[in-house]
Structures are given as C-alpha cells and as structure tokens.
Design a protein around this ligand. Structure first.
Ligand code: DQQ
Length: 472
C-alpha cells in the first residue's frame, strides 16, 4: 500500500522553535506518540511511530517512519501505514511490531474501527513490505488475522503486539485488561502468522496495584531472565517486571518503573546485530493542547537506551554509546551554557542534606530546573517549580528512590535538549521531564548543595550537535 495521506512537512518549518529538541527524534511537524516496529533491517535501524499527519494532537493515527545508520542521525521516510476507509483499520493504525518472516519484513499492528454503538473495535492486522528500505507496505487482504478477543472475559482493550518465533512456531502477546481484575497480556500462537490460536494470559495484574489495562506489552529475554514491560492505564508510566517465562507463563520476581520522570510511556525494545537490547519510549508534552496547536508539533522520542541485566535482579539502563558522536565543545567546568548539553557529574558521598544540578538557569535565577538528590531518603527528583515563567506549563515534581550502597558515588548523566531533560542515574534509574523556559538566556548550569558541601568527584560537559543539520 502506498499512502495517500499527506507527506511530511519540512523540518525547517518549525526549526526556530526554542522548545523543539535538536538531538531527540521527532517528526517534522504534528503529533507523535508510541515508537512502533523497531527493527534493524539490512544494517539500518528503522523507527516507526504513531503519527497524526493532520494536527499536533492525537487522532487519525498513521505509522510515521524514519531510518538511521547509527540510532542517532535519522532520515525521514514516507508514512508507512495509513488507515484504509471502510476497512478494519479505518479509525486508526495503532501500535505494533515489525519482524523478519523468512526475509519478508512483516508488521503486526492493531487495526481500529468504531462499532455502530460507539466503542472501538481493536484487532490484529498484518502488513508486509517487498522493498529492502521498508518504504512501501501492503496490508494483508484477509485482515484482521484474529476475528475477536478471546471469549469468556469482560475486556477493556485488545491492542499492541509483540511477536517472536520459538521452535518453528510464531507467538504473539497482546495487551488487554479484565474489567474489575487488572491489566493482562494474552498469548496466541500460529504456524503461518495468519491463523492464530489463543493460548492463555501469560500474566495478569491486580488493578489496585498495576492498573486496569496493560498497553504496549514488550516481553524479551535479558541475560538469564525475562523482562515484561507494560504501560498501564491509568498509571501514566511504564512498569517493568523481571522474572521467569516458563511454559509460556510469566512470573515476576522483581518490579520497577522504567522512567519515573512522569513523561516516558509506551516504550518498545528490539535486539540489534550486536546483541544489544535497545529501547525507545514516547515523551509526551508538559503543556496543554492550545500550546501544542500554537507550536505545531507534539511528542518526542526518548534517546535510544540500552537495557542491561543487573546482578541485583533490577533493570539496568544506559544511553546508547552512539550518542557520543554528538558531543562537541567539552569542558570540565561550569562555564558552559546551552539548551543542548550532555552533563556527566559524579558526586562522592557527602554530609550535604541535598545536592545536585540546576539546568536551564536564567542569570537572575528567575528560571531554573533542579535535579536533586536527597541522601537521607534516597530520593532523586526533578523540581520544575521555577522551570518557566509561563504559568500555564506543567510543574509538578517527579522522582524515584535510588539507594546508594555505602561509599557508592552518585553518577548523573543529564541530557538537556531544549524542552527535554533526560536523567540517567548510576545506570539503574531514569527520570525524564519536559520544561519550557521562556527566557532566551535560561541556559546556565549550576551545582548546588544544602546542609553542607557536596563533593564533586568528576564533571564533564559537552555541547551537543543537532541531528538535523544535514537533513533540514
Ligand atoms: N497508543 C496507541 C495504542 C496504545 C497507546 C494508540 C499507548 O495502540 O495502546 O495511538 O500510548
């Protein structure tokens, strides 16, 4: 299928917007949400994404598409999938995955239409591509490939897919929720990707703890365990469970939040040809719809993150090392200023009651964003109370607990990219937030400590290059 939807706008159109990130991926204009169909095909990384080509708000969901050699520099490709009027996906082409079916690039996505009495009907659909650049896609004429959700449940959703092959059999997981019970992930199997047999739920949560509907399930092996990620409605964050997957049932041994900054959702991960498990997530806006309309764009992709098994059973995470290619002017002092920076700061244990970094600081302190560590409680938080003089943008704080072992340093890696602040702590916690400073001179970086001096062991700051200069 070649899309009849409008093409992508020019990136130069919105390039001067001071809130638009320079080195995080986002479409040329309008709305983006979940990463979809992440795959490395013939050495190239493909990033598809939930996309509304008509407006900077959610709706008319298509699959946008970009390609990269290195996970960092992206090139826009035409829209990959669009809703087909009068079909099973006429309301939207919702989230899904891409995989290799014997050298045929294949997508399994959720086709959505509206029933006569209003509710959405969500069903799995297939599409394949015959070109090695994955530019054009043909929808399977027999879509949907599963005619209805499994019988016997009162379900709250049936969407988003993960696919793998095991002993010659295809398996897929689908996100759902059982009314009054909790989020769940259903398992199906198939010999040919077209005929699917229902197996069972691999895992079901307690709605009081882990939400009503589990969106975007992502199940994968990491080290000697399995990881299940789900994005529960209404929690507005993504949970991970580390555990075992035996006889096609997932048993969680440990649980955590993938990113507790309040803005990271619906991630997807894939394994690349170096065996790395790489994840992207959607960063939503921290301002209201009228501001999104005025800006002409909404939604940013997180930086590529490498997931790592940890000996304590939790999930380890680091920014992909390829991002170092964006580093430009380097300093070990805080003389540097900028809206696009990487800051690596390592603090020794100290007697200070709180310490950390401030970014996007105005010279007179009227705007500043604080990344604060509180040793007594182990709380690492982002304080946006004074991030912006614009009182309409979101400013509630977010944080996560990170207990440091005796003598363990706090290592922060902070990526500031205009309205995005992405924080990695000790390769085991992430906080990502959105800020909208109003002043052109809100560019400073500062260290601070309360209740005693902090002890900075090491500091590196780099100005970061734009990923669009070559493609603008
Ligand atoms: N976004 C998609 C759904 C998914 C949700 C729709 C998660 O497929 O459940 O745009 O953000």
């Amino acid at each position: 299928m070649v899309s009849t939807a409008p093409g992508l706008a020019s990136r130069t159109l919105l390039g001067a917007d001071p809130h638009r990130p320079n080195y995080h991926f986002l479409p040329p204009s309008n709305w983006m949400n979940d990463p979809n169909g992440l795959i490395q095909w013939q050495g190239q990384y493909h990033l598809f994404y939930q996309y509304n080509p008509f407006a900077p708000v959610w709706g008319a969901i298509h699959w946008g598409h970009a390609v990269s050699e290195d996970l960092v520099q992206w090139r826009d490709l035409p829209i990959a999938l669009a809703p087909t009027p009068g079909s099973v996906d006429e309301f939207g082409v919702f989230s899904g995955c891409a995989f290799d079916n014997d050298r045929v690039p294949t997508i399994l996505y959720t086709g959505v239409r509206k029933s006569a009495d209003g509710p959405r009907i969500e069903l799995p659909c297939l599409a394949t591509s015959a070109d090695d650049d994955l530019v054009t896609w043909q929808k399977y004429p027999g879509n949907p490939v599963i005619a209805a959700p499994p019988p016997g449940f009162d379900l709250l959703g049936f969407r988003d897919h993960g696919v793998w092959k095991e002993d010659g059999v295809w398996y897929q997981v689908i996100g759902s929720g059982i009314r009054g019970v909790g989020g769940t992930v259903f398992l199906y199997r198939s010999a040919d990707l077209v005929h699917w047999e229902y197996v069972h739920p691999i895992c079901t949560g307690d709605r009081n703890q882990t939400g009503d509907i589990w969106e975007c399930p992502d199940l994968f092996r990491l080290g000697d365990r399995h990881v299940l990620m789900v994005s529960p409605i209404p929690l507005r964050k993504t949970l991970y469970f580390v555990g075992s997957f035996r006889e096609h049932r997932f048993e969680a041994q440990q649980q955590g939040v993938v990113d507790d900054g309040g803005y990271f959702y619906a991630p997807q991960s894939f394994t690349d040809d170096r065996g790395r498990r790489i994840m992207f997530g959607w960063l939503w806006e921290g301002r209201d719809e009228s501001a999104q309309h005025a800006a002409g764009w909404a939604g940013v992709m997180s930086l590529p993150r490498v997931l790592l098994p940890r000996s304590d059973g939790a999930l380890g995470v680091q920014p992909a090392p390829e991002l170092r290619s964006l580093r430009r002017r380097h300093t070990t002092k805080l003389e540097v200023q900028g809206a696009a920076l990487e800051i690596a700061a390592e603090f020794l244990p100290s007697q200070a009651s709180q310490y950390g970094l401030k970014v996007r600081c105005a010279p007179d302190g009227s705007e500043e964003t604080l990344i604060t560590y509180d040793p007594p409680t182990g709380l690492l938080s982002i304080d946006r109370e004074h991030s912006s003089l614009d009182t309409s943008v979101h400013r509630e704080p977010h944080g996560t607990h990170i207990e440091l072992a005796d003598g363990e340093n706090l290592t922060l890696q902070v990526f500031v990219d205009h309205s995005v602040v992405e924080v990695y702590a000790n390769s085991r916690a992430c906080l990502t937030t959105r800020i909208y400073p109003t002043r052109a001179d809100s560019l400073g970086v500062e260290l601070f400590a309360l209740g005693g001096p902090a002890q900075l062991h090491k500091l590196d700051v780099w100005e970061m290059a734009s990923i669009w200069d070559r493609t603008a």
